[in-house]
Design a protein around this ligand. Structure first.
Ligand code: XMP
Length: 315
């Protein structure tokens, strides 16, 4: 059975051994994987570790501010970089899901390389966990999706890779987080390429703003319903924006708006999942709020696909 404390001690020692007197950089997203990894690596490296949060413009509502507060609380050396323009430029015109993931992974690594050079880092610490490696291919397995922290890495990364969590599954990472008092221990998983893979078709600032608002409403309504005892909080829950338009009616006028998908799943580790049962009254509240707050959306649908054959995210 997995035990967090010996794991932490073993990995602090392993990171110390690998990096020695060198310097390392880590990208943090605010999610449990990268925050645990940063907290663990900072125990090994202290001021020789620099945590970078890249504001890609693809994060959820209020996320950049929340991440800054969490980093301050953990007390590690960090820097926030505003790269929103660069990410939207890199994604312009791309609609293929794998091409999006590759473009985002590539942009991330270029930003890190620049920061690493400035800091004098020879190592890149990453919060890669076991399912990321399995689903990104390797070991003779077929690629399902290139998780941006693995498949998106160009071969000329030019830094030694440090991946202390790569044999762990999500629940084990959460156990380590609780032991290290990392605040995001109970946060739901969020993909590295962020809202870009919840926005089917081209990623533009406008589409991202739309899916961000829809995700916020889905999260907010489900949290409220769970608090009121109407349902249990699912493992993961969010919205997806489809570029599919359908005919509707607003007042006396014909409308021709886009579609939002409500996605909620139960899972142990993200490798398999079943769709979560959201009560009809909660779905109805979500649909009413999205269509009344968001002019552009005139249809809300509920995804009842399990994994397999679907995946959790739509891209
Ligand atoms: P899928 O969509 O592959 O997702 O069924 C399984 C779990 O992984 C998350 N996910 C990612 N996490 N980098 C990550 O760190 C990624 O590129 C990525 N893509 C998907 C997804 O949200 C779900 O929890």
């Amino acid at each position: 059975m997995f035990k967090a404390e010996p794991f932490i001690n073993e990995k602090i020692k392993a990171v110390e051994d690998q990096v020695g007197d060198g310097k390392a950089i880590i990208a943090v997203s605010g999610g449990v994987d990268s925050m645990v990894c940063a907290a663990l690596a900072s125990k090994a490296l202290g001021k020789n570790l620099l945590a970078i949060f890249v504001n890609t413009g693809l994060m959820r509502k209020d996320e950049p501010e929340e991440v800054r507060d969490m980093l301050t609380e953990i007390g590690i050396n960090f820097k926030i970089i505003d790269a929103q323009k660069e990410f939207f430029a890199a994604l312009k015109g791309i609609t293929d899901p794998e091409a999006k993931r590759k473009a985002i992974g590539e942009k991330f690594i270029r930003v890190f390389e620049k920061e690493a050079k400035g800091f004098g880092a020879g190592y890149l610490v990453q919060g890669t966990i076991a399912p990321d490696c399995i689903e990104s291919g390797g070991n003779g397995k077929k690629t399902i999706k290139s998780h941006h922290n693995v498949g998106g890495l160009p071969e000329d990364v030019g830094m030694g890779l440090v991946e202390p969590l790569k044999d762990l599954y999500k629940e084990e990472v959460r156990e380590v987080a609780r032991k290290l008092n990392v605040k995001s221990s109970e946060r739901q998983p969020f993909p590295g390429p962020a809202l870009a893979v919840r926005c089917l078709g081209e990623v533009t600032p406008g589409n991202i703003a739309t899916v961000r608002e829809a995700c916020f409403i889905v999260e907010d309504e489900i949290k409220k319903a769970a608090k009121a005892g109407k349902m249990k909080l699912p493992w993961q829950y969010f919205a997806v924006l489809l570029p599919v338009r359908s005919v509707g009616v607003r007042g006396d006028e014909r409308a021709y708006g886009k579609t939002v998908v409500v996605r909620a799943v139960e899972s142990a580790d993200g490798m398999t999942a079943t769709h979560a049962d959201i009560p009809g009254s909660v779905l109805s509240a979500i649909s009413k709020r999205i269509t009344s707050d968001m002019e552009d959306i005139n249809r809300v649908v509920y995804d009842i696909t399990d994994k397999p054959p679907g995946t959790i995210e739509w891209e």
